[in-house]
Write a protein that binds this ligand. Sequence first.
Ligand SMILES: C[S@@+](CC[C@H](N)C(=O)[O-])C[C@H]1O[C@@H](n2cnc3c(N)ncnc32)[C@H](O)[C@@H]1O
Length: 198
Amino acid sequence: MAHRLFEGKEHAEAYLRFRVSPSDHLIQQVVDFVEKKKGRPFDLALDVGCGSGQGSTLLAKHFASVVATDISPAQIEMAVAHASMPNVTYKLSTAEELPLATGSVDLVTAMSAFHWFDRPCFLQEAHRVLKPHGCLALLNYTLDMELSHEDCPSDTLNAICEEFYAALRPHFSPHLRSTSKPLYKESYEAIPYPHKEW
Ligand SMILES: C[S@@+](CC[C@H](N)C(=O)[O-])C[C@H]1O[C@@H](n2cnc3c(N)ncnc32)[C@H](O)[C@@H]1O
């Protein structure tokens, strides 16, 4: 079953302003995995559930072209209006029916989005569009991580974050409860690809 959130115009505007981008380091780790398992050329990446496109933009540095899709017209509108890379094409589409040809994609990503999809349908579609030896990367963050910053002692920083998350917890989606980690772990273990990295 798919879960539909983050789709309204106001939400899309807030995403564009405040959404934290994945790090270059994380994207590089994904690209290194594709290099190792499939090799070059890096023709096409597909970023599913792209939101306002922060992650899609980072992929564009590594791939000849990127198709970035989202179910929300408002998110796609924001992404198109603020696009900064000419090799990214934004398309309105569901994760469960991807607008690309069979066997055409080197890398499929879903960044903080996979948990909202109809996961079995999406995984089947991702498999369909991937080239032989193409890669699938499911990225997400958790709240139970240890944080550190040069300007703040770790204990203080982690205590502040814990207080912040405690205030938010009553509003978390019942679908995810307090963490999405078990959902990802379960999918990771069930995905039948021979080469996997957690
Ligand atoms: C939490 S946001 C993440 C956006 C972006 N990837 C990021 O990291 O900032 C999840 C996105 O997935 C999209 N989404 C949710 N369900 C979807 C579905 N079934 N098909 C395609 N996109 C979907 C939402 O509209 C939203 O933009």
